[in-house]
Design a protein around this ligand. Structure first.
Ligand SMILES: [Cu+2]
Length: 236
């Protein structure tokens, strides 16, 4: 699915409405009007089970990279966990590591990760991966060719125009199991806490502590260099 933008994967699931309607009819049939509260309860339960949550992040450039983009993460309880990244202004034909960063899965109310200010770069003016860590936290989930397991597989390569169109999905269950495996085994949906996470994209040519165009003499491709960041916000 790599490098194929497939908007169809994000279309709403119409079966949600059918299931809700069926539940409502069943409840109305089974319970009398005096037990209307029970009907409401059943409807609420079905709604909750079908619940889809969507988070978006607007990507802004770091290190004057000029990279822009958007990330959408959507999951359904008992359903899919999907990640979509569209980004522009990256180094063409080069691999760009990208991750969900944050402050751990062990805490149900983790410290909120943010995008680092360029003042965190220090004297040389170049914001490196470790200099950003106090702000965006360590890597939680590599957004690579296989979301699960959480070990690094293949990261996307920008096309000839410096664009990445990435979409990958797994089941929410598989994602939570993978998180469990890398933590204490007691993780629940609450630990995902996507609203406290950020997305970081990496990879640029660097010379004299500045991002330079590919082909610049003496430039080195630094795959870890943060070039874009966006804070995830829930769309209600
Ligand atoms: Cu990263």
């Amino acid at each position: 699915m790599k490098n194929n933008f497939y908007p169809g994967a994000f279309k709403k699931h119409s079966s949600k409405v059918v299931k809700l309607f069926t539940a409502l009819m069943m409840s109305a049939f089974l319970f009398s009007c005096e037990q209307f509260n029970d009907v409401e309860e059943v409807v609420d339960k079905v709604k909750e089970e079908q619940e889809a949550r969507t988070f978006v992040a607007e990507l802004g450039g770091l290190n004057n990279s000029g990279v822009t983009g958007e990330v959408v993460i959507e999951y359904m309880k008992d359903g899919q966990f999907e990640v979509l990244v569209k980004a522009d202004g990256l180094v063409p034909n080069m691999v760009h590591p990208q991750h969900i960063h944050g402050f751990g899965f062990m805490d149900k109310d983790p410290k909120n990760a943010v995008c680092p200010p360029m003042s965190a770069a220090g004297e040389d003016g170049l914001l490196t991966l470790p200099e950003g860590l106090p702000f965006y936290g360590p890597v939680l989930v590599p957004l690579d060719s296989e979301l699960v397991p959480l070990t690094v597989q293949e990261f996307p390569m920008a096309n000839a125009n410096g664009m990445i169109s990435y979409i990958e999905f797994t089941s929410l269950k598989a994602m939570l199991m993978a998180i469990d495996k890398s933590n204490d085994g007691k993780q629940s949906l609450a630990n995902l806490s996507l609203e406290d996470r950020v997305i970081v994209l990496h990879g640029a040519y660097v010379k004299d502590n500045m991002i330079v165009p590919p082909g610049t003499e003496g430039a080195e491709y630094v795959a870890t260099l943060p070039v874009a960041c966006g804070e995830l916000v829930e769309v209600l």
